[in-house]
Design a protein. Structure first.
Length: 217
């Protein structure tokens, strides 16, 4: 694993567990549309993919209504849901060990960049990262491959063979493939082994501490 110098981390489901804040925000948006929300676990599918896609897929909203739903979602999220979030145990130690081993760490998340930075600051994680790439609030650069491409170009990383995407959902794996970099799926988030294997993850780990071990840190 020595060939990987640049480690791109997903945020939701990889560094922090955002389930409470995201599902509460989705429930808030659905209620605005007069839709009775399902049980919380049924909304975990919203964690990872672009929100607009999820509202269209799971509630058959038109593109225009889905944009409105995202706006409602953010009414709650920016004030309350943002910090209804928990840092996974061992994340600080894992990131610290990787930095000490000389690795360059970046964040690549489909969450709006402004929110991602606030969350990372809140949990004291910003210090570990050399670059934070996220989506824009105007619903552009929301696809995972677009965020990864932005990170690779902005940092910049010329040799893609030295970069690897680390995340908990198939979107992380497929986004990495689209941009021609390796991928590592984690099983402690919201995607299972079958999801990662079917997406074609190059590596899969079970726990937070396994990430540092995999890279010899």
């Amino acid at each position: 694993m020595d060939q990987y110098q640049y480690l791109l981390f997903d945020l939701d489901g990889t560094l922090t567990d955002p389930a409470l804040g995201i599902t509460n925000s989705v429930m808030y948006a659905l209620k605005k549309f007069g839709i009775t929300p399902p049980e919380r676990e049924a909304l975990y599918s919203f964690i990872g993919p672009p929100l607009i896609d999820s509202f269209m897929e799971y509630y058959s909203l038109s593109a225009e209504d889905a944009k409105t739903a995202v706006a409602y979602y953010r009414e709650y999220f920016r004030e309350i849901g943002l910090l209804e979030n928990v840092k996974y145990d061992g994340v600080d130690e894992m990131l610290s060990r990787l930095k000490a081993a000389g690795k360059t760490l970046l964040v690549a998340t489909s969450k709006p960049e402004v929110f991602a930075k606030r969350i990372l600051d809140h949990f004291g994680l910003t210090q570990y990262f050399d670059f934070i790439a996220g989506a824009l609030m105007d619903e552009t650069r929301t696809r995972k491959h677009e965020v990864i491409a932005y990170a690779l170009e902005s940092f910049p990383i010329a040799d893609k063979s030295r970069a690897i995407m680390i995340g908990d959902r198939k979107h992380d794996i497929l986004g990495a493939q689209h941009e021609g970099i390796a991928s590592l799926g984690v099983l402690y988030g919201f995607g299972d082994r079958a999801e990662h294997e079917n997406a074609g993850a190059d590596y899969i780990v079970e726990n937070v501490c396994d990430i540092a071990k995999l890279f010899g840190a």
